[in-house]
Design a protein around this ligand. Structure first.
Ligand code: 6PG
Length: 635
């Protein structure tokens, strides 16, 4: 049992913490005693601590908490003012922590601080602490305008009451819902899980999950919605993991009669972002906070740590941030791969763009494989070796990693891949992104081609018929194979850069149009782990977008694209010349060449428009506000 008694200076953490420890027969620790000397000196000098001053201290406390958790437990008095500090206090695997938040009016706290002797926190720092404080929406909240004994009585009573309630609720026990519930429960959060009852089809689903996972103690199963809601502490935090579309609206309607103002509904499915904007507004009018969060990482990610992209109600986000931080994958610095993205449907919007980049990244790998196998006549084992070289040679990505495994999977001694029907399915997110790109006037070539390639693949019967009528000039590639493979490597890298440039440009444009203030570097950061498009390139993008606006003008990218350009063009040319479609690579090459052309052919388009429709045109040799029309027809 670990209690962290938290609050600003003057709230009585030490007094209450030590009394609580005495009553529970636990050891008491004061976090102030763990401050490095430099911090103590700074505070004595009346200076407020910066975040970086606190990092080592919080890491050390996190390690201590882990140790105490292995024994009988402890009570720690620690200000823990920000959500990120609390996150660092509980490094995984953390013992179960009960957060006790002591709160009081500024006047009361100030009065107490003025009465203090021999303590190094000057009262003037109270205001800085109150400003820093991110009030937790979870844990036990206790007003300190009372005697220490009465406060500790209240903490003990609330601890008992809380034991019967769950902190978090999940609805929908499909693969993702179940995995997220287990992930959260294993991190020490008591969760209630609910799945509807459909006679003969979905019976006792949630209860069976509890039964099948006896090692996960903090999970309660329901198939009765009112009982599920009643099992949750207030404000209620309910994550929907159900099919996107109408079922989300139906589930919200079913929940509303049992909810209260301040409760939070989170939609974790792949919902259309405009639906999320609508739902956020609708529920706000009813006093309910709605958060639409993209969740990426598939089943394994959900179970072990996904990337999460919450948007919508900021207040709602604040109430659930701790839980999202807890279950998300860590980035390379140990920070969670989740962050508040922006208002309305911003979270689901960026998940949609993530998926559209995902489509293009999958397709470029499919093209590289196909080109190697059939154009360059390379056996699958060798392709797998080439891809492994990429993976270990700086081009690493999750999608490449799984492709290598796929290329090695045998069934009855034969490559399983060869037995899979070549018709790619899709559930909509890629196409929605294309729609958004058209709506906001953003060029989206390769990412559009990735969707079209899946659509074209589904016309299997027609393709088989047409294939009989034409001839592929396969297998006649000339030249040194190692050079052709090196060129393909260049084309692969260049295409990936363009795939990301195009997706991130769409996010930038929509952010400007809707005033969402999206932070592209932060979005890249939360996509460095947990999600399907995590890669070494994504790590680079975190730094690039922190300082640069466009990817193609970032100095490091200019150098790389210049290096890849010849191999990129040669690969596309070779593939097309020999009858192999490379839709994403070719489109990325076209996009790249178009994007670096100062004088394009669009002047001819303008002349044509003016010819047939008197649409007017602007001139290079005249001002931007002047428009011209010409009678083009020869007299
Ligand atoms: C993810 C995936 C996930 C899902 C896709 C698949 O990020 O974890 O994107 O959300 O696998 O939606 O989409 P398609 O069925 O359209 O390929």
């Amino acid at each position: 049992m670990i209690f962290v008694v938290m609050g600003v200076s003057g709230s009585g953490k030490t007094t209450i913490g030590s009394l609580l420890a005495e009553r529970l027969n636990l050891t008491f620790y004061d976090a102030d005693d763990f401050h490095p000397e430099a911090n103590v000196v700074k505070m004595r000098g009346g200076q407020a601590l910066e975040d970086e001053d606190r990092m080592d201290w919080l890491h050390e406390l996190g390690l201590q908490i882990k140790e105490w958790g292995k024994g009988d437990g402890a009570v720690l008095a620690c200000s823990a003012l920000k959500e990120n500090y609390r996150y660092l206090l509980a490094p995984e695997p953390a013992p179960k922590i009960t957060w006790v938040f002591l709160e009081g009016s500024r006047e009361l706290l100030m009065e107490r601080l003025r009465g203090r002797k021999g303590h190094y926190m000057p009262p003037e720092l109270l205001d800085s602490q109150l400003k820093t404080l991110e009030r937790p929406s979870y844990g036990l909240h206790v007003n300190v305008d009372n005697t220490p004994d009465a406060i500790v009585d209240e903490i003990l009573k609330k601890t008992e009451d809380m034991k019967s309630l769950s902190e978090f609720g999940l609805i929908g026990m499909g693969v993702m819902g179940r995995s997220l519930a287990l992930n959260m429960a294993e991190k020490g959060v008591k969760v209630s899980i609910y799945n509807r009852h459909v006679a003969g089809k979905e019976e006792n689903v949630a209860k069976n999950i509890v039964k099948d996972n006896p090692s996960v103690s903090d999970m309660v199963g329901f198939d009765d919605l009112p009982a599920f809601v009643q099992s949750l502490e207030r404000p209620r935090k309910i994550l929907l993991m159900i099919l996107a579309g109408a079922p989300v609206d139906q589930q919200i309607e079913a929940l509303l009669p049992f909810l209260e103002e301040g409760d939070v509904i989170i939609d974790g499915g792949n919902s259309f972002y405009k639906d999320t904007t609508r739902r956020t507004k609708l529920l706000q009018e009813r006093g309910i906070h709605f958060v639409g969060t993209g969740i990426s990482g598939g089943e394994e990610g959900a179970r072990k740590g996904p990337s999460m992209m919450p948007g919508g109600s900021q207040k709602g986000y604040e109430a659930i941030a701790r839980y999202l931080n807890l279950i998300s994958a860590p980035d390379k610095n140990g920070m969670p791969c989740t962050a508040y993205i922006g208002p309305d449907g911003a979270g689901h919007f960026i998940k949609m763009v993530h998926n559209s980049i995902e489509y293009a990244e999958m397709q470029v790998l499919a093209e590289a494989y196909y080109y190697l196998r059939y154009c360059l006549q390379t056996p699958p084992e060798e392709i797998s070796r080439i891809f492994t070289g990429w993976q270990t040679g700086g081009l690493g990505s999750y999608l490449l990693e799984i492709t290598i495994d796929i290329l090695q999977k045998k069934e009855d001694g034969e490559l399983l891949l060869d037995k899979i029907l070549d018709q790619a399915a899709q559930k909509g997110t890629g196409g929605w992104s294309v729609g958004a790109a058209l709506e906001h006037g953003v060029p989206y070539g390769p990412l559009t081609e990735a969707v079209s390639a899946r659509s074209l693949s589904s016309f299997k019967k027609a393709r088989v018929e047409a294939a009989k009528l034409y001839r592929h000039v396969a297998g006649n590639t000339e030249g040194d194979k190692s050079i052709l493979i090196k060129r393909l490597t260049d084309a692969y890298q260049a295409t990936r850069i363009i795939n990301h440039e195009v997706g991130f440009n769409l996010m930038r444009q929509v952010s400007d149009d809707f005033e969402w203030n999206l932070d592209l570097s932060e979005i890249a950061r939360i996509w460095t782990n947990g999600c399907i498009i995590r890669s070494e390139l994504m790590e680079e993008l975190v730094a690039v977008y922190a300082t640069e606006k466009g990817l193609l003008t970032a100095p490091s990218v200019v150098n790389r694209m210049t290096e890849y350009q010849a191999g990129f063009a040669a690969t596309v040319a070779t593939g097309l010349q020999h009858g192999f479609a490379l839709p994403v690579m070719a489109s990325a090459l076209n996009y790249f060449l178009g994007a670096i052309t100062a004088d394009s052919s669009a002047n001819l388009i303008q002349a044509q428009r003016d010819y047939f429709g008197a649409h007017t045109y602007k001139r290079k040799d005249r001002g931007a506000d002047e428009s011209f029309h010409t009678e083009w027809k020869p007299l």
